[in-house]
Design a protein around this ligand. Structure first.
Ligand SMILES: Cc1ncc(COP(=O)(O)O)c(C=O)c1O
Length: 370
């Protein structure tokens, strides 16, 4: 078993804490415990015994998560250390070496690399810029056969920020059901929609072989808690819980308590609205910045998430370009190369507004000089 380097995460691990301005993030800038919570709740955290807690996630947390998905109960939920672990456990639990997966690209590529490392045969279908980063479902249909064990979706999408309309979610569901394939939908950016309407989850399909993964890192702006989850049939959740015994046993006890609080129906929208306010303000700033380069850059604004994915016409490779920006301006951007798409860049625009402004000011002369 050999895993190819996960280039995006590798580069972030090396550089994100070394640069002055990190525009490689895809979520909004997180708050502090003190700024986010009242003193009564902070007392509760202070007085928490640091036990293992519930290895499936506490009943309060699983109830809060279940309430996001109509018809779900806590038995449909397993908590994980980040949606990254939820993705990994889903693959370990549902697939075997030699199985075939059909995978949406561009994409975060964790599932892609992990599944390939396990010996899964991964075929890709594309989101097309010419279709406003939507898929061509005829292309998907042509790839899905009786051998397909799983279709993998990232919705809202990383890096394009595109959202699948409800009809398309159901059409993809029909394609999966026609061959009895699993649907694994990574929905970690759900809730961070700029139009403030939560997009359709694949949970809406009501199809037994659907697993929806999500977490607190992006739309909720709380990556330091490392909280993720899977929502699926009770049988699938039982199996994922058993796999989790081998990966990390349990989520952190403090993270569990904070996550249950943040996701409680009385608080959840407050958190998401904070994200949406920040994204709306910052996207305006970014659009103003990129408009100076519109003869050289193409940009379809994201519908969700803190990522602006832009193509460019300068004659410079995307890795070379982000290295130049990092070395000359101490700003980290994401190279299209890390998605297998040279001549694109991903700008994380979810930073603190002053930092975003300062970072864009610093990189402007470099882009003018290209
Ligand atoms: C689509 C997608 N899934 C999963 C993850 C991992 O997130 P988490 O912090 O929840 O593990 C990321 C991180 O960027 C992501 O973009």
């Amino acid at each position: 078993m050999k895993f190819e380097p996960f280039q995006l995460e590798r580069e972030q691990s090396i550089w994100e804490n070394k640069v002055d301005y990190n525009l490689s993030e895809s979520g909004v800038h997180p708050g502090t415990i003190k700024s986010l919570f009242d003193s009564e709740f902070i007392k509760k955290i202070e007085n928490t015994e640091l036990t293992y807690g519930f290895t499936e996630g506490s009943p309060e947390l699983r109830q809060s998560i279940a309430s996001i998905y109509p018809g779900a109960s806590p038995e449909n939920v397993q908590a994980f250390n980040g949606s990254a672990e939820a993705n990994m456990v889903a693959i370990l639990t549902l697939l075997e070496p030699g199985n075939e997966m059909v995978y949406m690209v561009p994409n975060y590529l964790q599932i892609y690399g992990f599944a390939r490392g396990l010996g899964v045969n991964v075929k890709t279908f594309s989101l097309h810029e010419s279709l406003n980063w939507q898929p061509d479902l005829d292309e998907l249909k042509s790839l899905v056969t009786n051998k397909t064990k799983m279709i993998c979706i990232c919705n809202p999408n990383n890096p394009t920020g595109a959202v699948l309309p409800k009809e398309m979610v159901h059409q993809i569901g029909e394609i999966a059901q026609s061959v009895g394939a699993w649907i694994l939908s990574d929905e970690v950016y759900r809730g961070a929609e700029l139009n403030r309407e939560e997009c359709t989850s694949f949970w809406d399909l009501d199809y037994e072989k659907t697993i929806v993964n999500c977490g607190l890192s992006k739309a909720y702006g709380l990556p330091g808690l490392r909280i993720g989850w899977s929502v699926a049939s009770t049988d699938t959740i039982q199996k994922c819980w058993a796999t989790h015994d081998y990966t990390s046993i349990a989520i952190g006890r403090m993270s569990d308590i904070i996550a249950a609080h943040v996701l409680h129906p009385t608080l959840r929208m407050e958190t998401l609205n904070r994200t949406r306010d920040a994204l709306t303000a910052n996207l305006g700033l970014f659009q103003k910045w990129i408009s100076e380069f519109d003869s050289k850059m193409r940009f379809i604004p994201p519908e969700a998430g803190a990522m602006a994915f832009a193509g460019y016409d300068w004659n410079i490779n995307s890795t070379k370009l982000i290295e130049k920006v990092r070395e000359e301006a101490s700003v980290m951007l994401v190279a299209g190369d890390w998605y297998g798409m040279d001549h694109y860049l991903r700008f994380g625009y979810g930073a603190k507004q002053l930092d975003l402004e300062a970072a864009l000011d610093r990189i402007t002369p470099i882009f003018r000089s290209l």
